[in-house]
Design a protein around this ligand. Structure first.
Ligand SMILES: NC(=O)c1ccc[n+]([C@@H]2O[C@H](COP(=O)([O-])OP(=O)(O)OC[C@H]3O[C@@H](n4cnc5c(N)ncnc54)[C@H](O)[C@@H]3O)[C@@H](O)[C@H]2O)c1
Length: 247
């Protein structure tokens, strides 16, 4: 069945891989990103591969912009049945140097941004009696992470929000799960490595029992499964896709 999916942060990294996997399953895909040109480029590549896709621009922390962008997806593709929230920002700052602005922006994008997108989309799923929501959180939200008080708090909030939404919508045919990556080789990870707070890839890989970093495909394959009919009895779960790094 085709089904309409929206992937936030869909223009890069994990979000882009998730768009590709959903499109391969026959989903119609709305690629939402802060970077309008990159969202359109990703959608255009999906169309070139035979999928139905649109690119829309919004800052997920801006509720009016999210409502407008999701309205554009509805107009082009139909009601939203699948939502994956991958848009996010990260960073390393020792706690005493963490400014209120960086704290607020991280919470606004990662946590309030997830709230904005879910609340803006979920009415379609309730009306249709079917929905799949996957939030992309982080291992930092499970275990904490050095110099990432802001990021860990935002992602811990995403995990708690996911579990609670799952309870609220389980009887309405809507599942809500989260994938908390540990390390996946994406533009975000490479930017973090430039900050010198994140070790080089070969050192990171040794911290993973599987002996390698995650890929976009590792995460996207599990995410796409969580968006199927067959995964309808999986809800409220924290599904680690991390090579055994967090058990
Ligand atoms: N890569 C990893 O190792 C890793 C580990 C743990 C968690 N994560 C999480 O996975 C998600 C995806 O990360 P990634 O590695 O693919 O990063 P990425 O930087 O490659 O992609 C993130 C995308 O989100 C978009 N974005 C950022 N702020 C936005 C906003 N305010 N509104 C709309 N779009 C916005 C960016 O433009 C970009 O296209 C993030 O939520 C991140 O916190 C990643």
């Amino acid at each position: 069945m085709s089904r309409v999916a929206v992937v936030t942060g869909g223009a890069s990294g994990l979000g882009l891989s998730i768009c590709e996997h959903l499109a391969r399953q026959g989903r119609h895909v709305g690629v939402l990103d802060l970077d309008a040109a990159a969202a359109e480029e990703a959608a255009s590549a999906l169309r070139a591969s035979g999928a139905k896709a649109v690119g829309v621009a919004a800052d997920v922390s801006d509720r009016a912009a999210v409502d407008k962008a999701l309205g554009e997806v509805r107009a082009a593709l139909g009601p939203i049945e699948i939502l994956v929230t991958s848009a996010g920002v990260s960073g390393f700052v020792p706690f005493e140097e963490l400014t209120a602005d960086v704290w607020a922006r991280t919470l606004a994008v990662n946590l309030t941004g997830t709230f904005n997108c879910v609340q803006s989309a979920i009415g379609d799923m309730v009306a249709g009696g079917w929905g799949r929501i996957v939030t992309i959180s982080s291992a930092a939200g499970q275990t904490g992470a050095l110099r990432q008080v802001h990021y860990s708090a935002s992602k811990g909030g995403v995990i708690a929000m996911t579990k609670t939404l799952a309870l609220e919508y389980a009887a309405k045919g809507i599942t809500v799960n989260t994938i908390p990556p540990f390390t996946a080789d994406t533009p975000m990870m490479r930017t973090m490595q430039e900050s010198k707070y994140l070790p080089p890839a070969e050192v990171l890989a040794r911290m993973v029992p599987a002996g390698r970093l995650g890929t976009g495909d590792d995460i996207a394959a599990v995410c796409a499964f969580l968006c199927t009919d067959e995964a309808g009895y999986v809800t409220g779960q924290v599904i680690g896709v991390n090579g055994g790094a967090v058990t």
